[in-house]
Every structure is written in structure tokens, then in C-alpha cells.
Design a protein. Structure first.
Length: 133
């Protein structure tokens, strides 16, 4: 595996209520060497983020999620409770994608459908903007 695909120490939380979309991007990220945690809803994502055994390095979430918490709610929670973890919001609705980008303050969101490689490029760009601990 080349250095470009050696991300074995990085974990990405993928949150999407659409099991097919979630599986496709999760499988791609695993193929690229990332560890992946999958969540169906905002509530499941919060459980993963609060669990000590998971060391999440980035989050990819759809805006529209099943349950009470939307992707926007998850991003707001992360901004307050996990500000060092970049979150990428995605949406099939262009206006929602624009609002997601504004909320994250870390650049534009990804509009669905997106190329799987665009997710990795977006996460790398966001991680490059972070201030080291």
C-alpha cells in the first residue's frame, strides 16, 4: 500500500441514513486505508463520538438523517463539543449543501452525488487547516 493510501491510524465516522450510499463511501474509504465507523442517524453518530474506544479524526455526514438530529444538529454539537474534528456535510439538495458549508465554516460542503475521491480530498484539505495541538 502506498503512502497515499496509508491512513491506518485515521478513523472517519460516516453518517448517512441511506445504507447504500453509506456502504459505498465507507467501502471506498476502507479501500484507501482509513478505519471507518458507520452510523445511520445523528443519535448513533453522537454515541460513537462520545465513546472512548473510538478516536474519530473526521466526520462525513448527510444533512438529512433519520431520527431527531439532522446533520446540521450534529455539526453544531461538534462545533461546541469536538471543535478539533473536521466535519464534512453533504446533501442532495443544493441549498442544504450551501447552508452546510456556511455552518461548518471550513469550506463548502459536498453536494450529492459526489465522487468518493472528493471526500478524501476534502478531508485532507480540512485537516490541513487545523491548528496542531
Amino acid at each position: 500500500m502506498s503512502d497515499e493510501h496509508d491512513h491506518s491510524s485515521e478513523t472517519i465516522l460516516v453518517v448517512d441514513g441511506d445504507v447504500i450510499a453509506r456502504t459505498v463511501i465507507s467501502d471506498y474509504l476502507r479501500h484507501c486505508g482509513y478505519r471507518v465507523i458507520e452510523a445511520n442517524s445523528g443519535e448513533e453518530a453522537l454515541q460513537a463520538l462520545q465513546h472512548e474506544k473510538f478516536n474519530v479524526n473526521a466526520v462525513l455526514s448527510d444533512v438529512e438523517l433519520p431520527g431527531e438530529l439532522s446533520g446540521f444538529d450534529l455539526a453544531q454539537w461538534m462545533r461546541q463539543n469536538r471543535p478539533g474534528i473536521p466535519i464534512v456535510l453533504s446533501s442532495a439538495v443544493e441549498r442544504a449543501a450551501q447552508l452546510a458549508g456556511d455552518l461548518c465554516e471550513q469550506g463548502p460542503a459536498l453536494a450529492k452525488p459526489y465522487e468518493p475521491k472528493a471526500v478524501i480530498d476534502h478531508i485532507k484539505r480540512l485537516k490541513g487547516k487545523q491548528v496542531p495541538d
